[in-house]
Design a binder for this molecule. Structure first.
Ligand SMILES: *[C@@H]1O[C@H](CO)[C@@H](O)[C@H](O)[C@H]1NC(C)=O
Ligand SMILES: *[C@@H]1O[C@H](CO)[C@@H](O)[C@H](O)[C@H]1NC(C)=O
Ligand SMILES: *[C@@H]1O[C@H](CO)[C@@H](O)[C@H](O)[C@H]1NC(C)=O
Ligand SMILES: *[C@@H]1O[C@H](CO)[C@@H](O)[C@H](O)[C@H]1NC(C)=O
Ligand SMILES: *[C@@H]1O[C@H](CO)[C@@H](O)[C@H](O)[C@H]1NC(C)=O
Length: 414
């Protein structure tokens, strides 16, 4: 834990000292915001949904390899046209995130509410290891190495299909409309390339801030981490850390390590967020920061991070790379195999932004040309659009959600 922190803190410190000073939060702004923290900060996702007058459902799904995942559902808003076969929309979050991503901005703003209001049956996934999906049929030590021995490959291969099958079974439908953000696109690509039968269960895929190739990644923090990728795993194993960014502790510990010993400054450290995702202060509602950091980070394995770091270094969209012997044993080849984007037959709409530190335009374009059934590349019409504006951006509805919903209505509503 300490090691991860020192690494991140050192980077955050040096990068903030750069020329981004006027783009980050000031102490005055932070002070003003502290007064606004509401109970939303601590509520669970189903509690938030219910507090806002929507029906919230909790569903448990067990994967083939024993992980017990918690899904959340907002059945279509009752005032929308009554029908038994409201299309299922499946929303999948990114790394260190959860179903909260699509909910915390509240009705009229969060994508989940907007979809429910538009008459969709909204299902929210939670990947193994995040705070809602920390349970297993046989493993009982949720801080131990066995539980955390996975990365986004397993989330794509096991969690994603299990959650889709479950939603289809409950609703009696045949296909879902899939909307993934960031790692939620990576896990979709893993599933749809390795388990071709799942393409038939997808009406359409919307990839928001897609992540497959990562060569052109702009985030200074992640670039740095990628350079040391081969040491990261060993270090993590040595110090016995299997969870990356343990929920809650991370922001708090950074607060006391890097910033002053003052709760206020925790939020100053939220400037670290921009170093990961791209600077777009104008589009982030500062009064929502306590809520955002009450729900994020929500937990992920160190292997998820290491696997992404491998993508940055190798330039490939490939399986988790181990040493040669282990690769040979596990994959039957000395090199870790690549995922085959051409094998994905479900129609894919790609939505990307120009100022996304994690999903660079060049990498988006490269993966798009390889997809088996690419339909559209939609560049968000805001040159400052960053990696999390899809979730929390003030203009997300106008610039992204409206486009997605009108595309569904025009082309995928039968
Ligand atoms: C959230 O919970 C913590 C710990 O229980 C508490 O100290 C804090 O005041 C709560 N915050 C809000 C805004 O309710
Ligand atoms: C974990 O799953 C088991 C088996 O389904 C269940 O009995 C238990 O209540 C779950 N624990 C949590 C914390 O959800
Ligand atoms: C769970 O795993 C951690 C990390 O290996 C270990 O420190 C801890 O003692 C384990 N807990 C139990 C109850 O075995
Ligand atoms: C920012 O969030 C607050 C609290 O939810 C809300 O009242 C306000 O309207 C939001 N501002 C913008 C510009 O969306
Ligand atoms: C990738 O999938 C496509 C379409 O199914 C197939 O034609 C091609 O041979 C595959 N490539 C590899 C390297 O397996």
């Amino acid at each position: 834990m300490k090691l991860q922190l020192i690494l991140v803190v050192a980077l955050v410190g040096s990068a903030i000292a750069d020329d981004d000073a006027e783009k980050v939060w000031t102490e005055d702004e932070v002070e003003a915001l502290m007064a606004t923290a509401t109970s939303d900060v601590n509520a669970t996702v189903p509690e938030l949904i219910a507090q806002n007058g929507y029906t919230a459902e909790i569903h448990y799904v067990t994967t083939e390899d024993g992980y017990i995942l918690q899904m959340h559902r907002i059945p279509a808003t009752p005032t929308s046209p009554a029908s038994d076969d409201k299309p299922v929309v499946f929303l999948m979050h990114g790394t260190v995130c959860s179903s909260a991503d699509f909910v915390i901005m509240g009705p009229g703003k969060g994508f989940a509410y907007i979809l429910a209001d538009a008459g969709y049956d909204v299902w929210l996934g939670n990947a193994r290891g995040n705070k809602y999906s920390r349970n297993h049929t046989t493993l009982t030590n949720f801080t131990g190495p066995d539980f955390w021995y996975f990365d986004w490959h397993e989330i794509g291969y096991y969690d994603q299909p299990a959650m889709i099958d479950y939603a289809l079974e409950v609703t009696g439908q045949e296909k879902v409309i899939f909307i993934g953000h960031s790692q939620g696109t990576t896990t979709f690509y893993v599933m749809a390339s390795l388990r071709p039968e799942y393409n038939d269960k997808i009406k359409v895929m919307f990839s928001l801030a897609p992540v497959a190739y990562m060569t052109n990644l702009k985030s200074p923090v992640l670039q740095f981490a990628a350079k040391f990728e081969s040491y990261l795993t060993d270090l993590f194993e040595l110090i016995g850390e299997y969870e990356f960014f343990p929920n809650g502790d991370f922001v708090t510990e950074i607060g006391s390590t890097y910033c002053d010993d003052d709760a206020l400054t925790q939020y100053l450290c939220s400037n670290a967020l921009f170093l990961l995702v791209g600077f777009d202060k104008a589009n982030l509602n500062i009064t929502m920061l306590p809520t955002i950091f009450g729900h994020t980070p929500a937990g992920a394995s160190t292997r998820q991070i290491v696997h992404y770091a491998q993508e940055v270094r190798s330039g490939k969209f490939g399986y988790y790379d181990q040493d040669m012997i282990s690769n040979l044993y596990k994959y039957g080849s000395i090199e870790a195999p690549n995922y085959n984007l051409s094998a994905i037959t479900a129609p894919v709409h790609v939505i990307y932004g120009a100022n996304d530190y994690m999903s660079a335009v060049e990498d988006v374009e490269k993966h798009y040309t390889e997809l088996g059934n690419p339909i559209e590349m939609y560049r968000v019409p805001d040159e400052n659009w960053n990696h999390v504006d899809y979730l929390w951006g003030i203009t997300a509805k106008e610039l992204v959600y409206d486009h997605v919903i009108s595309t569904i209505e025009a082309n995928y509503s039968d």
